[in-house]
Design a protein around this ligand. Sequence first.
Ligand code: SF4
Length: 781
Amino acid sequence: MEQWKKTSCVLCAQNCGFEVKVENNRIIKVRGDKENPRSQGYICRKGLNIANFQHHDDRLTHPLKKTDRGFVPISWDQAFKEIGEKLKEIVDRHGPRAFAINGFGSMWCHFEAAFGRALLEGLGSKYFYNPQAQELTGFYWGAGKMLGRQNRPPIPDEHSADMLLAAGWNGMVSHQAPRAPIFLKEFAKNPDKLLVVIDPRLSETARTANIHIALRPGTDALLVRAMIALIIQEGWEDTKYIKAHTRGFEKIRCQFENFDVRGALAVCEVEYPAIYELCRELSRRKWCVHFDLGVMMNRHSTLATWLYLLLAAVCGRLCVSGGNVIPGCVHPLGEHSKEDHRNTWRTLATDFPAIMGYYPPNVLPEEILSEHPQRIRALINSSSNPLRSYADTAAFEKAFERLDLLVTVEVAMTETAEMSDFVLPGRTAYECYDTTFFALNYPEVYFQMRQPVITPHPDTLENGEIFIGIAEHAGVMPKIPDWLYRAAEKGLDEYAAALGAFAVKTLTPVSIMPLVLGKTLGPQLGSVNLAALWGHLFSAPRGFRKHTAGAGYPMPSVLETLKMPGKLSTAFSGVFKYINPGALAALAPQAAHAKILYEAAMTHPQGMWIGKVDPDRNMAQVRTSGKKIQLFEPRMSEWLKEITPELEKDALELKPEFPLVLNAGRHKPENANNIMRNPAWNEGRRTCTLAINPFDAKRLGLADKEIARVVTEAGSEELEVEVTEDVRQGQVLIPHGFGLKYKGKVHGINVNRLSQKQNRDRIAGTPLHRFVPCRVEKVGR
Ligand code: SF4
C-alpha cells in the first residue's frame, strides 16, 4: 500500500495541508489533504510543485566560512565558537545596538524566532528586523490605535458576510484566505452575496467579482475618505453602533461632512453613481473588507488601511459577525509595541519605532551605513534573502559590504548567503517539527505541528539549535543545574515542576527561557522545536486557554489535575521549597493543560481546531482604554489634511521622465517569493514579464514578447513584454521573486533593483512597491 505522509505547504501563509508520497527520501507525489480542517484538500500549483523546493542542487549541507579561497566547510563547533565570540566582541565594544537579526519564518517555520530572539535579547539588543515590517506593520499600527493591540489585528469574517470588499487583493492568485479561489467563485455566484473588487487592474479576482472599481493607482486613501464622507453626508452611518462601541466620532466627523466627494472621485477616476451605490450597499449589508498589498504597499499605506478600518467602524462592521473581527490565535505574531515607551527603541539613523516588536527591513541599509557610533555592525540573517526580497538591492549590497559580521542561516545558497561571512545550513520544513502562526481563522483557532517527512542531511540542524549553539559562545546561555536535565529525562510532569522551580530560583528572564528549554528538554523530545512547543503551551496566556474549551480541550481545574494519572502532583509537591502553594495551584493545571494540548497536536499531523472564540463576544476583545473602538487618532487626522482632491491631483502628477506607474510585485501562479530556486517548476510558462496595456504598448511601439527596458530612479532592467488588457493604462507590472541564481545562472530579473528604499511609508517604513514611477523604453529585440 502507498505510504502518504501528512504535512503542509510552506510557500504562502495559507499553509494548505497536503500529503506527500516519499520514496528513497525524496518527495515524488503531492496531493491536497482532505483531513486538514482549514484547507480541506485544496492545493494550488505551487504546492503541487513542492518537490522543487525540497530537492535541488543549491541545497546547503555543511556550515561554511568565507575565506580568501571562497567558502570552505567548517565544523559546527568552529562555527558556533567563531560567531559567538565575534558577536560578543562587537557588542562589548560598540554596545548592543550594534547587533541586529533579520528574518525568521519565511518558510513558515516559526519556532526559530523564539531561539533567535532569545540570543538577540540575551545580548541586550532589540533590533529585530522582520519581513512582516515590509508589508503589514502600518496596518498593525492602525489596528493598535483603534482596537488597542497591534498583535491582534482584525481579519475579515468572510464566511458570515454577505458582501466582501476586496481592496488591492487578488485572492484568486495571492490567496490570503483558505481555499480562496473556490471560496471567491462561490461567493460571487451566490445571488444573495456581493463580491466587490477595488483594484486599478482587471485582475483575476476582479474578473470573478460582481463589481469592479478600477481606481487610479495610488488613490486608495482618497477613495476611502470619499466613501466615508459620502456615507456620513447621506446619514448612512450606523449611529447605534457608533454610540455603543466607539469613541471620537464627533472629533472625526468634521473631516468628512464637508468633504468634496465628487472632486475626490474625479481624481480617483471612478464614477460617482457607482460609488454612491457601493456606499448604499455598505450601509445596508453585512460586509467585511479584505485589503492586501495593493493597498498596504501603496501611497499613504498606513493611512489607507486605517481608513478602511474607519469605514468598517462607521458602518458598524468591526468586531461583529461577518465583519472584520479579532481572531483567536495560538500565539500572536508579535507583541504590542508602545512607541513612546522608554523600552521601545527607535532606529538610530532613521528614527522608526518598533511596531509589533519589528523594525522595518527597508531602513537596514541606512542603519548599517550610518556614521552613528552604535550603528549596526553585526547581522544574523535567518530564512530571509534581503538581496532579492527587500527594496533597493543595490543599497543592501553596499550596506552588507560594510558589516563586520554577516551570518546567514538558510537551506539554499541564496544571493545573501553568498555575501555572508558564515553560511549555516538549517533544515527545511519537511525535515523537522515546526509550525506557523500565520494561518489565522475565525471563529475556530487552527494549529498544525508539522512532522518531519524527509530524513535530514546529518550535517544540518534545526535553526533553533543553531541559535542555541551561538548563544553558548556569546555568553548568553544561563547556568543550567543538573537537576533540570534530570527532570527532563523523567517526563513532562517532572520537567514542568522543575522548570517552574528553576525560573523562580534563578529569575532567568522569560526571553531567555527558549534557550533553556531547547538545551534541556530538546534532546529528550528529539527536537528543540518540540521543546519550544511544549514551553509555549505551558506558558500560554489565559485568553488562549479559555478558547481551547470550545474545541474540546478545556483547562483542568486544580482538583482535576490532582486526580490525573501520572506524577504531576507529586512532582509539584517536590518543589514546594521554591514555589509557594499558590503558585503551585496556578502552575499544575497549566502543566496538565500543556500536556493535553501537546499530545493533541502530536496526534493530529493533519492540523486541528485547537480552540474556538465566542463570535458573539468579539467586542470584548477590544483592549483600548474604556474598551471602545477609538475613531480619533491625531496622526491620522494630521495626515488626512493632505488627502484632498486638489493636493492629491498635484501629488499624483508624474514627472515627464517617469510617466508610468510600476507595480513592482505582481502575484502570479509562477512566483513564490524566492524560496523556489530551481526554475524547473515553471518550465514552458511565461514567468518574469513586463505586463503592459495594449494602448501603452502601441504608443511605445512595443509588441508582445519583445524585450523592453524599464527605468526608475533606482535603476533599469530589461525583460520580455506581455501585452494584456488586464493592466490599466498608465500602469505596468513586474512580478517579484525572480532574478534568482540557480546553479550559477540567473533566471529572470530582480524587480527590487528598480525600487528605492526611500519610497516608504512615513509611520511604518514599509516600501511602496505598488507605486514606483518609471518609464519603458524600446530595446529593439
Ligand atoms: S495556496 Fe499557498 S499554501 Fe496553499 S498550496 Fe498554494 S502556495 Fe501552498
